[in-house]
Ligand binder design. Structure first.
Ligand SMILES: [Zn+2]
Length: 447
């Protein structure tokens, strides 16, 4: 009995079982003077066990944290800054400042949905360091997801796992930290709006998000917008015809936004589905521009790059696992370079150098050839582009697209088997014939 009372008081859980108060959460903190007389209460009914008290405390905590997360969502959607910051532990000054900055950074972003999910059964195990920091039983770190979508652009939300610590302060559960687990692989994703104020620029079908430099953003938005009808002309209109382009401030920021460790120094832009190690298999499609590389391109180069990326976005749903990278990249470059008057000696200059030096490639590039660190990355793109161009010239654009869609729709797990079948069905050729024709074309066009 004595133990139960002590536990009860120390948890600030006034008389959950003893006087059976339904409205536990609004009870003031327990003090000896207001606590019910334990002996009398105990005489009426059995004292709660330690386990029962712990369960009651957990239930209260879970409910409060659920409410806290709902309040955060409502504050973001309702643009209520003080309500948002009221969910954060006032003693965590750095977190308060970061959360305020994030809230402000979101001002120009058209957030359509913002919803947290809480897994009450999960939660980090006992942690002596956190016990010391917050007090034993006064912190909780359950798995939390944040789902958010951009209004008018995202049909399905982006879902990120967050690693948050909730702390109990003066009988209330609040957000206490978002970086307690950084060092143990539990780093919460840092979105664009957690890296400085976000500027949004719109053009028909395009939302471009970036930081300060609006001239690049405006340029990117208008080029991406102009790419949409070009892509429609080849690919057709059976896609969303809306594109979100993100322009981070550096290649480093880009890599960390995608959650990739790839080397992007040779890459001007990517569509997220292109990045093999990007976090999440079904990440929402975005185009990310690498400002370091993109800004060095002229307007024509920028146009080709963005048309290439918009093609990936359009083709994404038709691009199943059997589609080899050379086909996806070749199609994107085919659309990118279509109707652009650039001589092959410029557009395929790296491959041309190889061919002229007697280094005619023996096979189409593997998927691995498209990783950022490949010193022959440019050749991989040029080889793919010319393979797709050859198929279009020889068999027609509609046939090439039908072939792409057939490979993309295939359930087959072995890409090379699928490719062999579809090459035969679409064009009546085998792999060897494709390679031989392609090598002959490279020699003819570039040699
Ligand atoms: Zn690409």
């Amino acid at each position: 009995m004595a133990l139960a009372v002590v536990l009860q008081l120390s948890m600030g859980l006034l008389s959950v079982a003893v006087v059976d108060q339904p409205d536990v959460q609004r009870q003031p903190a327990a003090t000896p003077s207001t606590a019910p007389e334990p002996r009398a209460a105990g005489a009426q009914r059995a004292a709660p066990s330690a386990a029962e008290l712990e369960r009651a405390a957990d239930t209260e905590r879970n409910e409060q944290v659920e409410q806290l997360l709902a309040a955060r969502s409502a504050a973001i959607l309702g643009r209520d800054r003080s309500a948002f910051l009221a969910t954060v532990d006032p003693r965590a000054a750095a977190l308060q400042a970061r959360q305020a900055a994030m809230f402000d950074a979101l001002a120009a972003v058209p957030i359509g949905t913002w919803e947290y999910g809480l897994n009450q059964r999960g939660g980090r195990a006992a942690d002596a360091a956190l016990d010391l920091r917050y007090g034993r039983g006064l912190w909780w770190a359950p798995p939390v997801t944040l789902s958010y979508g951009l209004a008018d652009f995202d049909d399905t939300p982006t879902v990120d796992e967050h690693h948050l610590t909730f702390v109990r302060r003066d009988d209330r559960w609040l957000l206490g930290a978002d970086d307690d687990f950084d060092a143990v692989g539990g780093r919460s994703p840092r979105a664009l709006w957690e890296r400085g104020p976000v500027v949004a620029v719109r053009a028909p079908g395009v939302l471009a998000l970036g930081h300060k430099d609006t001239s690049v953003l405006r340029n990117v938005a208008s080029l991406a917008s102009a790419a949409i009808p070009r892509v429609n002309e080849v690919w057709g209109e059976q896609w969303g015809k809306r594109v979100v382009v993100v322009v981070p401030s550096s290649a480093e920021e880009m890599a960390s936004l995608i959650g990739s460790t790839q080397d992007f120094s040779q890459i001007a832009a990517v569509a997220t589905a292109e990045v093999s190690d990007a976090s999440g298999d079904d990440a929402i499609e975005r185009i990310l521009v690498n400002p370091d590389t993109f800004s060095k391109l002229g307007q024509l180069g920028r146009r080709v790059v963005l048309t290439h990326e918009v093609t990936h976005v359009a083709a994404r749903r038709a691009t199943g696992p059997a589609v080899p990278a050379w086909l996806a990249e070749g199609l994107a470059d085919y659309v990118g370079y279509k109707d652009v008057k650039v001589p092959l000696s410029v557009a395929a200059r790296n491959l041309r150098k190889d061919v002229r030096a007697g280094r005619l490639p023996a096979a189409l590039p593997t998927d691995e050839a498209f990783t950022g660190g490949n010193p022959a990355l440019a050749q991989a793109y040029e080889q793919s582009w010319l393979a797709v161009r050859l198929l279009v010239e020889r068999y027609g654009e509609a046939e090439l697209l039908a072939f792409y869609r057939a490979v993309g729709a295939s359930e087959g797990s072995d890409s090379s088997v699928v490719l062999t079948t579809e090459l035969r069905d679409a064009f009546g050729i085998d792999d060897a014939r494709l390679i031989a024709d392609w090598r002959a074309a490279l020699q003819r066009q570039l040699g």
